[in-house]
Design a binder for this molecule. Sequence first.
Ligand SMILES: [Fe+2]
Ligand SMILES: [Fe+2]
Length: 287
Amino acid sequence: MRFAMSIVPFEVRNLTFPLSPARARFWVGGRKAVTAFWDMLSIFFPEGERFFIESVNAHRQHVTDPALQQAVQKFCGQEGVHRREHARYNETLAAFGYPVEEMERRVSRVLNVVRFLLPKRLQLAVTVSLEHFTALLGELVLTSRTGLAGADPEVAKLWRWHSLEENEHKAVAFDVYRAAGGGYVERCVIMLLTSLIFWGKVVEQQARMMWADGTLFRLSEHADLFRYLFRNNDGGMQRLLPKYLSFFRRDFHPFAPGDTEQLEQWRAQLADLDSMAASSPANVSTT
Ligand SMILES: [Fe+2]
Ligand SMILES: [Fe+2]
């Protein structure tokens, strides 16, 4: 059987984003709940990326296509750098007084339950589902005129870099999953469960951050976040709903027609990334 593969080549950029501890705590234009939204997403990544790398690596033996073998290696490289940089990011959040350690432990606990309950291929289906979300959230960052406007340029740079790379490698886990024999019904069921658990965790983490900020019971903050997510951003997050739902089509593939051209545009817009961020001499864990 022939599959559409993730034939879009991409590179591992071993970049580092030294976020200043003296930066503004509410780095998205002073908006507290909105800043908490991006910050709490960062808290998912060190443990989340470890899970992605692990579940893709566990199926390497099924990958016979040399282009996909190379893509798997680079996928692990990119996610490894994301892990490292978000761990640094999260250290700055801890310095602001957020319960980062506790929140990361809770993310880890959920993933450990997934590891315990699900066979390896279903764990990979969880990664495929979450990679669909990271690509969509990345698209939100990269296409929106207002999303990170007025944000601290250093932090925004990190999010733009991560968003670009999520879109570059968005098909890798999916292609490995299909090479490993993953099927339609299985991935749809896992996507439904993953959607419930992931967005449930998003709400919980948002609440924890806002509790730490003392804004959890401030209606104006919730209204501001609602406006940001569903009214701003070139039509709000809901414009991505059709793309989310396309996952449930039998012939779904993460690279839809026009995506490679879109990717080239984003790469051109972010061509200065390498000069903006320092190259890191640190090792990258890809296991
Ligand atoms: Fe990532
Ligand atoms: Fe990813």
